[in-house]
Design a protein around this ligand. Sequence first.
Ligand code: IMP
Ligand code: MG
Length: 180
Amino acid sequence: MTDPKLRVLISAERIHARIRELGEQISRDYPEGRLHMICILKGACFFLTDLARAMKRDVYVDFMGISTYGKGKTTSGEVKVTKDLDISLEGSDVLIVEDIVDSGVTLNYLMHVLEQRRPKSIRIAALLDKPERRLRPVHASYVGFQIPDEFVVGYGLDYAEQYRNLDDICVLESSAPAAG
Ligand code: IMP
Ligand code: MG
């Protein structure tokens, strides 16, 4: 796909290599017990499916819908659960799988919500981290890539529901260069 507004930041090859490393590392860190991977919809669904297949052990997979962003690039600051889990977390190790940690508002809220469900432990795996943007404290135990403060799309990440199915992670430039 050639779109003048898109600049590749992380290629599909680099994403897949890094996810294989994360899968091996997380599998070593959880050698036994029930491990629940919770995909935060919709952005993390591509990451979840690749990460789950990179795991060297059995995992449970569940989905949770959370919305914080409106249709644009800025957060509304308001967090809403739009789809809840199907499986109980009681006594399980929980791994929250998220596409990106930006302000930290979403994950900070979600940690509080899920802690109340009495899991054995909770950690976060985020494909991307923009540490400069943090407003609320969030610690991701597993991070694919730290990126600068730029708006990115692809590999699950969207802008107004567009661009999720790009293979690469790309920076979405705010205005296209002049034609000519
Ligand atoms: P936070 O609550 O500000 O940390 O926002 C997390 C959510 O905002 C992510 O799950 C994404 O859906 C969205 N988000 C943050 N930064 C970006 C970006 O650069 N591109 C696309 N979505 C983003
Ligand atoms: Mg998201």
